[in-house]
Design a protein around this ligand. Structure first.
Ligand code: F6R
Length: 244
């Protein structure tokens, strides 16, 4: 595991964007696994800037997002489809037919999860998976539990995750209670993983992921078993690392 320290969110985003940019330059038809949330927004902004300067070409890139809220349509401004379109895809030259996100409107969880696993496997797997980290240690929406979930599955979001996400909704009652998410097995099968973490509220989760025991109670701790993980974190997120 490589750990890169950044001063702040902006520097973290730039360093992370360098890792993604290297992947796209070296393999123009790569498969990027993408995340939503506050953590990667700065990274997407930086990639957009480089693209607009003519330095990055996404025309052959394919993407597979980690997760989507169950029940939200694509045009709902809180859906992850909407997030990806407005924070990244609309400003780069990606072919939207090459982008993949679980379909939150499919009420049949088993069918949607099987479909999405097939999508990822038909892509030939993910070359570089970008991840954020939940305050409870989740990756994707793989919440703490008694076992590591394998493939794409429908998850009941934990109260702490619903609480963390309520800032994006009119009220906590509007936050979806379920989501489709890639499983730990799918994430771990990515050839490379890039974890971006910012802020003091993530310090404990990051410390537990990297320095603690590997346990499904801290889903991100499984990353210790992956052979090619890059962590880019800011000073606040690394504030507990004195003795690691
Ligand atoms: C998002 C995702 C989540 C987030 C995590 C951190 O697609 O899978 O695991 O990465 O909840 O969210 P932020 O970055 O908003 O703190």
């Amino acid at each position: 595991m490589r750990l890169y320290k950044a001063m702040d969110y902006q520097e973290m985003s730039r360093k992370a964007a360098h890792v993604i940019s290297a992947q796209v330059i070296l393999k123009p038809d790569c498969v990027l696994g993408l995340a939503t949330g506050s953590s990667p927004i700065g990274t997407y902004k930086q990639l957009i800037q480089w693209h607009q300067k003519g330095e990055l070409d996404f025309s052959q890139v394919k993407t597979a997002n980690l997760d989507e809220y169950k029940g939200l349509t694509r045009d709902n401004d809180q859906s992850y489809y909407y997030f990806m379109y407005h924070n990244f895809f609309k400003d780069i030259n990606i072919d939207m037919a090459n982008t993949n996100i679980p379909d939150g409107t499919n009420p049949d969880s088993a069918a949607e999860c099987a479909r999405y696993d097939k999508v990822v496997s038909d892509l030939g797997g993910v070359d570089l998976q970008l991840l954020g980290l939940g305050r409870n240690g989740h990756i994707g929406f793989n919440e703490p539990g008694d076992a590591f979930a394998k493939g794409t599955h429908c998850i009941n979001l934990q109260p702490s995750t619903i609480d963390a996400n309520k800032r994006f909704f009119a009220s906590i009652d509007d936050v979806p209670k379920q989501a489709y998410t890639m499983g730990i097995k799918t994430i771990m099968q990515a050839k490379k993983i890039l974890l971006v973490v910012s802020g003091e509220d993530k310090a404990k989760a990051l410390y537990d992921c990297i320095c603690g025991p590997i346990t499904p109670q801290v889903p991100g701790s499984i990353l210790q078993l992956h052979s090619d993980v890059t962590v880019v974190a800011d000073a606040a997120a690394l504030s507990l690392f004195g003795d690691c």
